[in-house]
Design a protein around this ligand. Structure first.
Ligand code: NAG
Length: 327
C-alpha cells in the first residue's frame, strides 16, 4: 500500500473510533434538562406543577361561553385597567354586523387587596360579563397563574377550536383572524403559533432585581426552549389541553410565555414561527391589516386608528394577494 492511502485509512479509522465519543457528548449535553424535569418529583412526592383547583374563584361568576365556537381570545388585564378594557370592547372586540359571532373575547384578572377596586370589578362583570376573575393575587409575577387559569377555563368550560392568548395593550385583527383560521389554516392539531425570540433573548435572567428573574431552583437550564412572545400566541384546543397536562407536572416560573414554551417542549409540541404577530407598533399601512393578526403596544387612540385600518383593508386592499400561510 502507498503511504498516502495508509494515512487516509488511519485518519478514517481514527474518526470512526471517535464517533461513540461524539454520540456520548451530544446525548449527555441534553441530559441535564431531562434530569431537571423528572428530578422535580422525588419518588412518592406530590407533583409540583400548577395547582389548578386553587386558581378558580366562585365569585363573581365566570363569563358565559358558547361551547364549540371557533375562537376564544383570552386577554390578560389588571384590575385597574378598566380603560384599556373599555377601549378594546369598543374597537377590535366590538361585534360588527348581524352575523352570529364565531369568536369571543374574555379578560383575565386576579384578586386585588383594594376593596374599592374589587367592587368595581364586580360591577364591570355584572355589566359586561366578559371578565374571568381568578383566585390569585393580581401581580406581574403571577401572570403565569393568570394564563394557566384562563387556559384551563377555556379548555374545560368553553372548548373552542382555537384559543388566542393576548394582552390588553394589543390589537387583534378580528376582521381576518377567524376567517383565516376557518379557511386557510392547515395546522389543525398541535398548533402553537406566534412571534419567536432570538436565541440571545431566550437566556434565563438570573438577576434578582429583574421582573423576569428566575432562580436555578425553579428552572435549571440557562436558556429557554423556543417560545412565542406573550403579546399573542394561538393554540389549537388539543395543543392547549396537552400544555395543561404538562403544567400539572412542570413547576411554574413567573415568565408566562417562556413557561408555555417549556410546556410545549415537554408535551412534544413545536412552535410555529409567524410574522403575522407584530411585537412592535410601527406605522402599519392599511393593507398590512390584511396580513397582521396581532399587533403589540397600542395606546387607546391607536386602538381606534387600528380598527379603522382593519375595516378599510377589507375594501381597499382587495387587489393585494391574500397570504394564506402562517409566515
Ligand atoms: C400570587 O398569588 C398567590 C395566591 O393568591 C399569592 O399567595 C402570591 O403572593 C402572589 N404572588 C405575588 C408575587 O404577588
Amino acid at each position: 500500500m502507498r503511504p498516502r492511502y495508509l494515512k487516509g485509512l488511519l485518519c478514517g479509522s481514527l474518526l470512526l473510533s471517535l464517533l461513540p465519543l461524539w454520540y456520548l457528548l451530544l446525548t449527555t449535553g441534553d441530559a441535564p434538562k431531562r434530569w431537571q424535569l423528572s428530578s422535580q418529583f422525588p419518588v412518592g412526592s406530590a407533583p409540583r406543577g400548577v395547582d389548578f383547583p386553587s386558581l378558580f374563584a366562585s365569585f363573581p361568576p365566570a363569563p358565559r361561553c358558547e361551547p364549540g365556537q371557533l375562537l376564544l381570545i383570552l386577554v390578560t388585564s389588571a384590575p385597574g385597567n378598566s380603560e384599556p378594557r373599555q377601549v378594546i370592547r369598543s374597537t377590535w372586540a366590538a361585534r360588527e354586523g348581524p352575523a352570529p359571532p364565531q369568536w369571543q373575547a374574555v379578560f383575565l384578572v386576579g384578586q386585588t387587596a383594594d376593596a374599592g377596586a374589587a367592587r368595581e370589578i364586580q360591577r364591570e362583570q355584572q355589566a359586561f360579563g366578559d371578565l374571568l376573575v381568578g383566585n390569585y393575587l393580581d401581580a406581574y409575577r403571577n401572570l403565569t397563574l393568570k394564563v394557566m387559569h384562563g387556559l384551563k377555563w377555556a379548555a374545560e368550560r368553553c372548548r373552542p377550536r382555537y384559543v388566542l392568548k393576548t394582552d390588553d395593550d394589543c390589537f387583534v385583527n378580528t376582521a381576518w383572524l377567524p376567517a383565516f383560521l376557518q379557511e386557510h389554516n392547515r395546522v389543525r392539531a398541535g398548533l402553537y403559533a406566534g412571534s419567536l425570540f432570538s436565541r440571545e433573548k431566550r437566556q434565563v435572567i438570573r438577576e434578582p432585581s429583574s421582573k423576569w428573574y428566575v432562580s436555578r431552583q425553579d428552572y435549571r437550564p440557562e436558556e429557554y426552549p423556543p417560545y412565542a412572545s406573550g403579546i399573542g400566541y394561538l393554540l389549537s384546543l388539543d395543543a392547549a389541553q396537552r400544555l395543561l397536562g404538562a403544567a400539572e407536572r412542570v413547576r411554574p416560573i413567573p415568565v408566562e410565555d417562556a413557561y408555555v414554551g417549556i410546556l410545549a417542549e415537554e408535551a412534544g409540541i413545536r412552535v410555529q414561527a409567524s410574522a403575522r404577530f407584530a411585537k412592535h407598533n410601527v406605522r402599519w399601512q392599511v393593507c398590512n391589516y390584511r396580513y397582521l393578526l396581532v399587533i403589540h403596544h397600542l395606546s387607546p387612540r391607536e386602538q381606534a386608528a387600528a380598527k379603522r385600518s382593519m375595516l378599510q383593508a377589507r375594501r381597499a386592499c382587495q387587489d393585494s394577494l391574500e397570504v394564506t400561510r402562517w409566515k
